[in-house]
Design a protein around this ligand. Structure first.
Ligand code: WTA
Length: 660
């Protein structure tokens, strides 16, 4: 049975315990339904109420939703605010400056506490230093940093002065970094000398230098370098500056730049089904509102809670649930520099124990990989740690299979903690479909029901609702405040990718397939319906990997598909035709390794194909179209049962299937 089938046959239901419901922000299904109905009855009033209660406005808004330029929607447009003020100053002004904002644990275990007062001062100093360098409202700043307090400081400092940040994950290559610097039109880059992961120092500054040298980034006048390891780096006088030096003499006060609600908060690149990655543009008020609101609803955050989201700040989860959401509500969070398996595979549990974490949010891939090691070694098993402070668990980024869900529930949650399986995307800014810990009866593998105000539905190819029990296309029927506003520099792509004409031009197309349960109406996500892969919760476009492969001088043609994988969810499989004859045996292995490293250099190590198969050709129809369906079957090692009569070269199937 596939993972999806097993979810669809899942009969176990875990109702919320009395303890989880007591005092919860949404304390039962009645409370949930009341909120959802309120949103349906008075959509704008519902959102306006949340925006007034949750955010501090410099100038209150009078307009709520403007649909006149649909699908280019605006929210709270005439209001003014500053995200950094909302995340920092207002807590300090309320007398909470001495509370911990971030408990940072370094790769080597060193722990640093950063209070709200400290964070505000550090952000203000860097904001002043950026201003001194000429960075101003509306400018774009690229951040290429490891998991660090400095990463959060850099993001907050940008928004404090009205600059828009674009964070690039530290695992991306110089080429990927260059593409993003160019596309976003960055004026400054904030990076580090090196990053520490699993006891190893990995370069960042040298990759950044390469990216800048690759051309097209002449507008980047300043490179600010956080000294993490003290490792040797090359230096360009007049352009490069050490972070610690430039903030030294800056004032710890910096008046926030008040911006309009729609001012771009950040641009974050993500893979789509075609061409190069898209710069997903988010607004200030809408995205901050939903990041904060979902902290309260989905995670039921209360004073005294210690929140830990294990995502990297280079991804949307690290934006909404490290850099913005927890800070906007004045919470205390743990932030971790390293990897879950160093110095041992019990690191997550040890850290939950050490920091008394109450709410823990991670990816199914991490859980699946830790199941394997901890079932083999009792020392690193969650049962060997005191996890009694935990009260809510969460997952994000990919479907969680019921077995992994049950293991997480029993071993990490001791059968006591609700699991919130949160479905959302870079484009949605925050959670969309998720259980509520004090309300929703849980079904392993299902993300259950949309949050109040989120009009999610399953439709067919023409945009018509399909009945429950029947699979279809996941859409959102009405605009919501934290949705993306545009694809940076490419409004046409925004429109065609997310509001396609075929669906009537008004439905937000998520790019996932979904099915709702016949009785409960619960959603189960069936994975991407486009050419986007999800490897360890990381989004990768098959076209991007194909372009990287054909850029190699040895390669004539390449096709990339996904295959289900026990640990990473999906794995990348590449079918490659070389310009020379088809290699075999050791030679094939050696070229495959070379190509894998090539993709690592072109995009980043996360995109390396797990399996590369060589053929003299690819399966094509007589009109020359690659038959990807067949490649997917071959990748899985399935028997080919499809009709292959339209295939130009049926013999190729044996050749490509053989490497299994
Ligand atoms: C997938 C990550 C099933 C989905 C926040 C989506 C999920 C893509 C879940 C977005 C979940 C995310 N269950 N699938 N709980 N959460 N996905 O942009 O395919 O990196 O479209 O955002 O991840 O990935 P992204």
């Amino acid at each position: 049975m596939s993972a999806i089938e097993s979810v669809l046959h899942e009969k176990r239901v875990f109702p919320p315990s009395a303890k989880a419901s007591a005092g919860a922000a949404i304390s039962g299904m009645d409370a949930y339904k009341a909120l959802a109905e309120q949103a349906e009855r008075d959509y704008e009033g519902f959102w306006a109420g949340l925006a007034r209660d949750t955010l501090s406005w410099h100038k209150p808004f009078t307009k709520v939703l403007d649909e006149s330029k649909a699908p280019f929607y605006t929210w709270f447009e005439d209001g003014e605010l500053n995200a950094s003020y909302n995340c920092l100053d207002r807590h300090v002004e309320a007398g909470r400056g001495a509370d911990n904002a971030i408990i940072f644990e370094a790769d080597d275990g060193t722990v640093t506490n950063v209070t709200y007062q400290d964070l505000l001062e550090r952000v203000s100093r860097l904001a002043n230093a950026l201003k001194k360098r000429g960075v101003k409202k509306g400018d774009r700043v690229v951040i290429y940093l490891p998991m660090s307090v400095e990463g959060v400081v850099a993001m907050q400092a940008c928004v404090r002065i009205g600059a828009t940040h674009s964070v690039v994950f530290g695992g991306f290559s110089s080429k990927s970094l260059n593409e993003r610097l160019v596309d976003v039109g960055a004026v400054a880059l904030i990076t580090a000398d090196e990053q520490m992961r699993g006891g190893k120092a990995l370069p960042l500054k040298s990759i950044a230098d390469e990216a800048l040298a690759a051309g097209g980034c002449e507008k980047v006048k300043d490179v600010i370098v956080y000294q993490r390891t003290g490792g040797k780096v090359a230096w360009t006088e007049g352009r490069d500056a050490w972070l610690h030096e430039i903030v030294e003499n800056e004032s710890a006060q910096c008046e926030p730049e008040w911006v309009g609600a729609e001012h771009p908060l950040f641009i974050l690149y993500t893979s789509g089904s075609t061409g190069k990655p898209k710069g997903v543009q988010h607004s200030t008020a809408g995205t901050l509102l939903w990041a904060a609101q979902t902290m309260k609803w989905t995670f039921d955050m209360k004073p005294g809670d210690i929140f830990w989201c294990t995502a990297d700040i280079g991804w949307i989860t690290g934006h909404s649930y490290i850099a913005y959401g927890p800070l906007a509500i004045g919470a205390t969070q743990v932030m971790f520099e390293g990897v879950p398996t160093y110095p041992h595979a019990g690191r997550f549990w040890e850290m939950i124990d050490r920091h008394k974490v109450t709410i823990f949010y991670t990816a199914p891939t991490a859980i699946r990989s830790l199941i394997k090691v901890s079932e083999a070694d009792a020392k690193v098993h969650p049962k060997s740690y005191d996890l009694s402070t935990l009260r809510i668990l969460g997952t994000v980024g990919e479907p969680i299979n019921p077995e992994a869900w049950m293991w997480y529930h029993e071993n990490v949650g001791r059968g006591q903690c609700p699991i919130v399986d949160t479905w959302w995307q870079t484009e949605t800014g925050g959670h969309m479909i998720t259980p509520l810990p004090g309300a929703t009866p849980l079904v392993p593998g299902s993300c259950t029901l949309p949050l109040p105000g989120i009009m999610a539905a399953v439709v067919d190819e023409t945009g018509q609702d399909v009945p429950n029990g029947q699979g279809g296309i996941l859409v959102v029927k009405r605009p919501w405040p934290s949705m993306l506003r545009n694809v940076w520099g490419d409004p046409k792509r925004y429109q065609t990718s997310y509001f396609p004409e075929e669906l009537g031009g008004k439905l937000y197309l998520a790019g996932d397939g979904a099915v709702r349960d016949k009785e409960s109406g619960y959603f189960t996500i069936m994975g991407r319906i486009d050419d986007v892969l999800n490897v360890s919760g990381h989004r990768l476009g098959t076209m991007e990997i194909e372009s990287a492969l054909v850029a190699n001088p040895m390669v004539a043609e390449a096709a990339v598909v996904g295959r289900p994988d026990d640990t990473t969810g999906e794995a990348v499989v590449a079918f490659v035709v070389l310009k020379r004859s088809r290699p075999e045996g050791d030679e094939a292995k050696q070229i495959a390794t070379e190509l894998r490293n090539w993709v690592g250099k072109e995009i980043g190590p996360i995109a390396k194909p797990k399996d590369i198969r060589f053929g003299e050709n690819l399966p094509k129809t007589r009109s020359g179209k690659i038959m990807r369906r067949l490649l997917r079957s071959l990748a899985k090692g399935e028997e080919i049962t499809q009709d292959v009569s339209t295939l130009e070269n049926p013999a190729i199937l044996d050749q490509l299937g053989e490497a299994r």
